[in-house]
Design a binder for this molecule. Structure first.
Ligand code: CO
Length: 210
């Protein structure tokens, strides 16, 4: 059997199992999507949003990219964010990074990886912002880990800068923004930062006519 054929086979078995457990399972899911959470995570195959949070299909709206970035010109991320916040009305947005992130590691080098360097430049900008703090750490591992945390913190702040979030905060007192980092070594999520609805961010980024 080819590797991809196993996926299709496993899918059949899973679907059958779900229906055996609950005959209306798919009927119910197909009729309604009402997730409480938007997850912005890394594309890394070892950080599957549902599995590590014990959630089921229908519970988390998911966007993933390399190194869980919130880039304010990324029409893909912005579309997901707008839909999640304005249509699905999620109550929480979680940016989840992970220790040992290849994207963060690559951004700390001077190696040119091709087109991905355009993307990684966003992490280099975070590194430059916290250069003194990160470089003061004794070894490469702790520097990468700290930049991973700071990257999550900055991406959460990038969410707060968007008119989508500011407008929802003003009109609906949600969503709450969270920044977590996942440990590949122990499977645990660590809260790093959070911004409650209505928090006054640097006024430079505040829109006064929303
Ligand atoms: Co990663």
């Amino acid at each position: 059997m080819r590797s991809y054929e196993k996926l299709l086979l496993e899918n059949k078995a899973w679907s059958k199992e779900m229906v055996a457990d609950d005959a209306d399972y798919f009927k119910r899911l197909a009729a309604l999507q009402a997730p409480e959470f938007l997850w912005i995570g890394c594309s890394d195959s070892r950080v599957p949003a549902n599995q590590i949070t014990g959630t089921q299909p229908g519970e988390i709206f998911v966007h993933r990219n390399i190194a869980n970035l919130v880039v304010n010109t990324d029409i893909n991320m912005l579309s997901v964010l707008q839909y999640a916040v304005e249509v699905l009305k999620v109550r929480h947005v979680i940016v989840c990074g992970h220790y040992g992130c290849g994207g963060v590691k690559a951004a700390m080098t001077q190696h040119h990886y091709g087109i991905i360097n355009h993307w990684l430049k966003n992490i280099k900008d975070v590194y430059r912002l916290y250069r003194d703090e990160v470089d003061a750490l004794p070894d490469e591992n702790s520097r990468v880990n700290r930049l991973t945390e700071l990257n999550v913190k900055e991406q959460v702040f990038n969410l707060a800068k968007t008119s989508i979030i500011q407008s929802a905060w003003k009109n609906d007192q949600r969503p709450h923004l969270h920044g977590w980092v996942y440990g590949l070594q122990d499977g645990l999520l660590r809260p790093i930062t959070d911004i409650a609805p209505g928090t006054a961010i640097d006024e430079l980024y505040q829109y006064d006519n929303l």
